[in-house]
Write a protein that binds this ligand. Structure first.
Ligand SMILES: Nc1ncnc2c1ncn2[C@@H]1O[C@H](COP(=O)(O)OP(=O)(O)OP(=O)(O)O)[C@@H](O)[C@H]1O
Length: 252
């Protein structure tokens, strides 16, 4: 019996008439490094939002293990950089209780924690900079720092490598690998290098979800989806790292 942090069960999600997820199910193991792949519009971001309770499913349920805390790094492109705010304040925003936000003052402990995280990510020298002055890679690191300031058990990242050069990407994923010793990491990505080098489990989202087991059997909700699955193509061409398939992945 595995230790699961998150269970998505038979979830249907709609935006008006648009069905983004249909009978989507997935179990996410404690301390896994899960890669979520799939076509544009397949429902990957929606899956993260459902897990974060930012979007309510029409039916089905999402179970988060009791007491577990989640941190979210949104898509970089969706972040408004024109807002006049410093790096430190963006990171501290991760600490805000939304209900109290307009009245809350940060305490010295919060500020110390923010400084520690910025140092751990290697951007402490940017603390007082305005976010509008940062490069894409620097802003991405700030967004990760914001998500980490509450020390979440699970970190969800939506396409974190999209604005990074190769060296910055490696550096960031080495950092995430280190974090993975103590946290579950869930990353939406189109980046094959990340899939080859960092993740230990993989799920493909295209309205429904399917994933690959240690014996390479595929568990699917809709069998026709399997044929369009990029994981299968990678398997057939032998390009997918065997470690991913034979690794810690699986559902019992
Ligand atoms: N706020 C919204 N209002 C209406 N439709 C939406 C909204 N957000 C997403 N959708 C639709 O839901 C479906 C799934 O979108 P989602 O953003 O989850 O896909 P994705 O796999 O993350 O895509 P991408 O790889 O392009 O980022 C798409 O058809 C999209 O157009």
């Amino acid at each position: 019996m595995y230790d699961y942090d998150i269970e998505v069960k038979n979830v249907d999600v709609y935006y008006g008439d648009v069905c983004a997820l249909e009978k989507a199910s997935l179990k996410i193991r404690n301390k896994s490094f899960l890669g979520i792949i799939g076509p544009n519009g397949g429902g990957k971001s929606t899956l993260l939002k459902v897990i974060l309770h930012l979007k309510k499913p029409r039916s089905g349920e999402v179970k988060i293990k009791e007491g577990l805390t989640l941190g979210y790094v949104p898509q970089f492109a969706l972040f408004d950089r024109s807002f006049p705010i410093s790096v430190e304040d963006v990171v501290l925003m991760g600490k805000l209780d939304h209900k109290l936000a307009p009245f809350r003052k940060y305490n010295p402990g919060d500020i110390k924690k923010a400084e520690e995280i910025l140092a751990r990510i290697g951007i402490e020298d940017l603390r007082k900079r305005q976010i509008g002055e940062l490069s894409g890679g620097q802003l991405q690191k700030v967004l990760i720092a914001r998500a980490l300031v509450t020390d979440p058990d699970v970190l969800l990242l939506d396409e974190p490598s999209s604005s990074l050069d190769a060296a910055t990407k490696d550096e960031m994923f080495e950092f995430l690998k280190e974090l993975n010793k103590e946290k579950t990491i869930i990353v939406v990505t189109h980046d094959m290098e990340i899939i080859f080098n960092y993740i230990d489990s993989i799920a493909c989202v295209n309205k429904s979800i399917h994933y690959h087991d240690e014996d390479k059997a595929i568990r699917v909700e809709n069998i026709e989806d399997v044929f369009g699955c990029p994981i299968n193509v990678l398997l057939q061409t032998g390009t997918l790292n065997k470690r991913v398939i034979d690794g810690r992945y699986g559902n019992d």
